[in-house]
Write a protein that binds this ligand. Structure first.
Ligand SMILES: [Zn+2]
Length: 474
């Protein structure tokens, strides 16, 4: 995948939304240099005088510049299982997934990741937090595309040696950053309290905090998980994490559909991030209620994730923002959560989840991650300046990104489409070939093998809904 050059980028936008609550500026120039936003100024003012030698892009009449979105939880390469046995009974679905996942090759993970990255770019997403098998392959795909990614081996299974697993994760952090940094960074992926040894959670949490890298973990996704934690440990899942030192400023706690009010307060007090994955929670019927309003009110960082394409079925962060608001409205029976809250969570909240300081806003000194959304589609008409944020949240969808630049490098633009399409065709060919070769089958082992991997067993697969399928041993 072609990566843009490192020359300065000057965007000339009719409309610009510098941050979720900044309002809409008109006729603005944005200069990004050395990966960082240098100037945001009215047309013609504030820019260095003299001839500009960089790349000038005119956003056009019907487009709007925005800070990039960040997908705070996904399993990127799972696009290869998009639409795979949708709507089947969960246990069967898991067994079918497992059958395919046990046969994965590095090549297919790489190509599936490549598809995932382009899909995310098409919805204005500059970076993602990933949890899946063979993270080197996804790291390579992200690096080649020029996007940000946080990834690492998944610590999962009761049989793993916590010390060795966390040591391996730390080695991965160093190695992946040496090879693909600075946009690609390592994270500590621990599947969950029910699918990984608690000692591994404790150790990984400590390493994440001391190295300043995210601790990425599923928590309180199902009632079953809460019930089992209470039964075994006498506390709720997030409380248990806290006992293990795993709720801190680098913690990225995913799902949170069944958190008690005091757990939300705890997350806020510790400065942790809570990630809302509305589509996945609804599709997998895990129910619950992500406490978006309370989390924000108490000061926790809130981000939005698509989860994997097997349980969503898209990696479209634009649609995910819409769903986040709609699900909250449905849960609260009122309109206290607004479009701007979702936009803020997907931008600033997501940047913080990735450990990207100052990200999610376009202002001098901030990372040069910017997207230009096209409003040319009738589905986005009539675009009105005063309503652009809610317009984007409620009406935009993947495909509406016209241009995306990460750290000032244009990585997605109309003039790259042809080459992107060629690469996508190649990747699709590999993925389809793999699926055909593997065929369909049912894995004879229970989804939570080795025995006991999933705390409390799985009954009808509960408690491992996302976990069992998606996180399946990374
Ligand atoms: Zn997940």
């Amino acid at each position: 995948m072609r990566r843009g050059s490192g020359e300065p980028l000057l965007l000339r936008c009719r409309w610009l939304i510098p941050c979720a609550r900044c309002g809409v500026l008109e006729d603005v120039d944005v200069l990004v240099e050395d990966g960082v936003v240098r100037v945001v100024a009215s047309r013609g003012s504030g820019l260095p005088s003299g001839a500009f030698s960089g790349h000038v892009v005119d956003c056009g009449r019907r487009r709007v510049g925005v800070p990039c979105l960040y997908n705070a939880h996904t399993h990127a390469a799972m696009v290869l299982l998009r639409g795979y046995y949708d709507d089947s009974e969960l246990f069967e679905w898991l067994s079918r997934m497992w059958f395919v996942e046990k046969r994965l090759t590095p090549e297919v993970v790489y190509h599936a990741s490549r598809i995932a990255v382009v899909e995310m770019l098409s919805s204005a997403t500059c970076g993602f937090l990933d949890m899946y098998f063979m993270p080197w392959e996804t790291a390579r795909a992200a690096w080649e595309a020029g996007v940000r990614a946080g990834l690492g081996p998944v610590i999962m299974g009761r049989g793993v040696d916590p010390w060795r697993a966390v040591e391996e994760a730390s080695r991965f952090v160093e190695a992946v950053e040496a090879r693909y940094g600075p946009l690609v960074r390592g994270v500590y992926n621990v599947h969950s309290i029910y699918a990984a040894p608690l000692e591994a959670v404790r150790l990984a949490a400590g390493e994440a905090a001391s190295r300043g890298r995210p601790l990425h973990i599923h928590v309180s996704e199902t009632r079953r998980e809460v019930y089992e934690a209470k039964k075994r440990y006498g506390v709720f899942p997030l409380e248990l994490l806290d006992r293990l030192g795993a709720v801190h400023g680098w913690s990225v706690l995913v799902h949170g559909g069944w958190l008690a009010s005091w757990e939300v307060e705890l997350a806020a007090r510790r400065g942790a991030t809570l990630v809302h994955c509305p589509a996945s929670n609804m599709k997998l019927a895990t129910a619950g209620h992500f406490p978006l309003y309370e989390a924000r009110r108490l000061g926790a960082n809130v981000a939005i994730g698509t989860d994997g394409a097997a349980s969503n079925n898209t990696l479209d962060m634009l649609r995910e923002m819409r769903l986040a608001v709609l699900l909250q409205r449905h849960s609260y029976w009122d309109t206290r959560v607004a479009a701007v809250d979702a936009f803020e969570a997907a931008t600033v909240g997501g940047a913080r989840a990735l450990g990207l300081e100052g990200g999610g806003r376009l202002e001098p000194g901030a990372p040069g991650d910017v997207a230009v959304l096209g409003l040319e589609r009738p589905g986005l008409w009539p675009p009105r300046r005063g309503r652009l944020v809610s317009h984007i949240v409620y009406s935009a969808a993947a495909g509406d990104a016209w241009l995306v630049a990460v750290a000032g490098r244009v990585v997605y633009a109309p003039w790259m489409r042809e080459e992107l399409e060629r690469l996508l065709e190649e990747s699709l060919g590999v993925v389809e070939g793999f699926l055909e070769e593997v065929g369909e089958g049912v894995d004879p082992e229970p989804p939570c093998s080795p025995p006991g991997a999933c705390l409390g067993g799985s009954g009808a697969g509960e408690g491992v809904a996302d976990g069992g399928a998606e996180g399946q041993p990374g």
